[in-house]
Design a protein around this ligand. Sequence first.
Ligand SMILES: NC(=O)c1ccc[n+]([C@@H]2O[C@H](COP(=O)([O-])OP(=O)(O)OC[C@H]3O[C@@H](n4cnc5c(N)ncnc54)[C@H](O)[C@@H]3O)[C@@H](O)[C@H]2O)c1
Length: 254
Amino acid sequence: MQIDFKDRRVLVTGGTRGIGRAVVETFVAAGARVAVNGRTGDSTATAIAAMGGGEGLVAAPGDVATAAGCEAIVNAAVAGLGGLDVLVNSAGVGKAGSIEEFDEKAWDETIDVNLKGTFFCIKAALPALRASLGNIVNLASDAGLMGDPHLTVYCASKGGVVNMTRAMALTLAPDIRVNCVCPGYVDTDMVRRDGIEQADNPTAAEQALIDYAPLQRIATPAEIATAIAYLASDDARFVTGAAFQIDGGTTAGH
Ligand SMILES: NC(=O)c1ccc[n+]([C@@H]2O[C@H](COP(=O)([O-])OP(=O)(O)OC[C@H]3O[C@@H](n4cnc5c(N)ncnc54)[C@H](O)[C@@H]3O)[C@@H](O)[C@H]2O)c1
């Protein structure tokens, strides 16, 4: 299968790092022009320069945690690309902690970035996506399909993304397809810098994440990006409302 995105216009939120950055690189390699969103103008410009710059990459900085931020991001992308065919919502935060450790600020940050930001970026992109008969891929998580005792609020946000994806797939059919991916642990800053490296015993912490998946490893960002590219492609023209697990089998027994 050779996925071709020649002349397609794609916006990737959280496209400066991790999975989002792998998504940007995958779409560019397949011929797309891509608007890259980072939280600030500086982080976005730095990431675009590191990816080689050029006409194929457009800056769409802004904070997805507010509706106004989402509108600014989408407006910059649509203006820079001359329209929009695909929206990938990858911006996210993954704070762990017990219920007692979560105060209102931490709750708001997780829900605002992961769930509210996904909703308002989609809302802002609808006119352009209706015009192109485009599609949307959201980053959910295995934590959106099953409980994790250390990730209560993250589970709430990603469970919301999974079911919002299904509801939107119904309300936007037949014009706009809406799907989400549900990765297990992926080797990004969220998992390595903010998780494994903060543990008292990083080696044991990494092994625990490896053992979490029956396939016995942590995924690469490129493996998630490939699945997202498939869902966004014409090959997936009969796929909408899907929650696609890419988790090495973690959710298979749940
Ligand atoms: N890494 C994993 O194991 C894993 C597993 C399942 C799902 N996910 C999801 O995949 C997505 C990407 O995660 P990642 O692992 O690449 O994380 P990451 O921390 O490497 O990157 C997150 C990206 O989101 C951006 N971001 C965060 N808050 C933002 C805001 N308010 N406005 C704009 N951008 C913002 C960051 O700048 C960064 O570019 C997230 O939605 C995450 O929940 C990750």
